[in-house]
Structure formats: C-alpha cells, structure tokens
Ligand binder design. Sequence first.
Ligand SMILES: [Zn+2]
Ligand SMILES: [Zn+2]
Length: 309
Amino acid sequence: MSEATGTGGATTATEATERWDLGRVRVTSVVEAQTDGIPPALFFPAADEGMVRRHAAWLPPGTADDQGRVGLRVQAFVVEAGDLTVVVDPCVGNGRTRSLPFWNDQAWPFMERFRAAGFDPDAVDLVVHTHLHVDHVGWATRPDGDGGWAPTFPRARYLYVGDEVEAQAADHGDDAAAMRADSVEPIFAAGLAETVPADADLGAGLRLAPTVGHTPGHASLWLDGGERPVLITGDALHHPVQCAEPDIDFVSDADPAAARATRRRLLAEAVDTAAVVFGTHFPTRPAGTVAPAPDGQGGWRFTPVAGRT
Ligand SMILES: [Zn+2]
Ligand SMILES: [Zn+2]
C-alpha cells in the first residue's frame, strides 16, 4: 500500500522514528503508516472541514491541512521505564486479511524501523493492548513459517484487559474472528498471555486506567516516576481536534456517550497532572500537553512537545 487507498487521503511510509526522554521514562514512536488529507466526516461523522478549519490557529502543523482535512497515524509507542521495555498497541501488521482495503495485506517495514530504533524483539518485557481492535494488535505475531502465527516478542508477557477480551469474544464479525486467530490466540497458545484488570499496576511506574466508551474494556496507560506523568491515550482520543471538540464521536465508538465522558475526564486529568499526552493515532506531532481553551471557548488545546529523531 503506497498511495490513496480508500480513505480519501494519501498514505506515506516516510515517518521518521521519534523519541522523547522524560526523566526516567523514554517513549519512542515507531510508525506503521500515516494518512493525510482525510475528509474528517469519514472517521468523525459529526465533523466537517469547516469545524476543523475553525481550529486552524492552534492545531499543530501536520495534523490537518488548510482545507480542514485531517491526518491519522498508526503507530506503536515503545516505553522504557525502569528495567522494562514495553510495546504499546502494535499496529495492524503485515499480511493480514482485513475488511478495510487500506489495512488488508499490508507490507510496511515496521519491524525494520523497530530494530533501527535500537530495539530487539527478544528484549521486550511487556506488550500492552489498550483494546482489541485490529490496528492495536497486529505486530503481536509474525508468520511462523508454517502457515500460522507465532509471537513476535517471544520473551514478553502480553497483557489483555479481561473485560475487553470478554467483549471482543462476543464479536462474530469477520475481522474480529480473523484478528483473534492471527494476533491473539497464538499468544494464549504460547502461554504468554495474561489477563489483567483495567486498573492494573504493571510495575516500574506503569499503570492501566479504564477509559471505556470506544470499546467496553478500553484502558489507557499512565507512566509515573518520570519528570512528569505520561499518558498514552489508546483510542480514547483519535485526533488533537477532539481536545477542542470532545463531543465529536469517532465512527466506531461502541458507546458514544461513555466515550465523550471519558474524553472530557481524561483531558481534565491531563491538565491537573500536567501530563505529557501521547495520542495513539495523533499524526505528525503525537506528544504534547493539554490546557483549557482560552477565553471561555470551551474544550481544551493540545500543544506539541518536540521529541528527537
Ligand atoms: Zn480502536
Ligand atoms: Zn485505533
């Protein structure tokens, strides 16, 4: 997949790996792909280009174009905290049979980028899935050479929120079944899976926090113990424009009212804690801080924190 593929935008594979040193915590974005020029209503049915353009004055460069079309990125965050190396939400993966044309049978150099960033799959301790959607699990596995799938990170514990596993098991759609078969069941079969509560303490300052709405068992990841708290959103937020417009639903939010309440609560917590927020699908500038919008305009604003490449 190298060009426009049904999202209305152009997908590129040129994103550089970027990393943020935040005291005792280091976060690296390993990009699978970013698509720019997407008509917002495709993923945010209540939004349009005019709504996005109203926020042009503060939206970070590279997150929307001057016509009000948005970018979305699929990326994994690799967290290094204490002795732990943690892969969060390992993207769509290559060679998967998926119903969305732009995610079907992909061939991205994701693992090449992962290694080029200095990471060794054998040295990953934890794999965290904020939720069980196809764009958050793919690189959990790799072809096993025999027509099946094997864990990509053979020494890692893979963590799943119990409520999310239960809810996902009730989804009998083609994608859900295919995802279980190629990205989840091989992990359980290998004995590497661990089911945890949505507020699990993972050690080394890492903890999950329930952020339901997008899916029934969705959890975000907080990292304490660095120079300031770090929050990895998962799909509680999809684009920085939702900071200003927290009531615009993502097209696949399972419980839109709960998702809106979660976005507002999470943004308020990010302000209260002065957290560095990593938006799992935020394009171009995925890390930043959040502040209330000025002059009673409502909502919040997202200001990027630059990493290094
Ligand atoms: Zn999702
Ligand atoms: Zn997603």
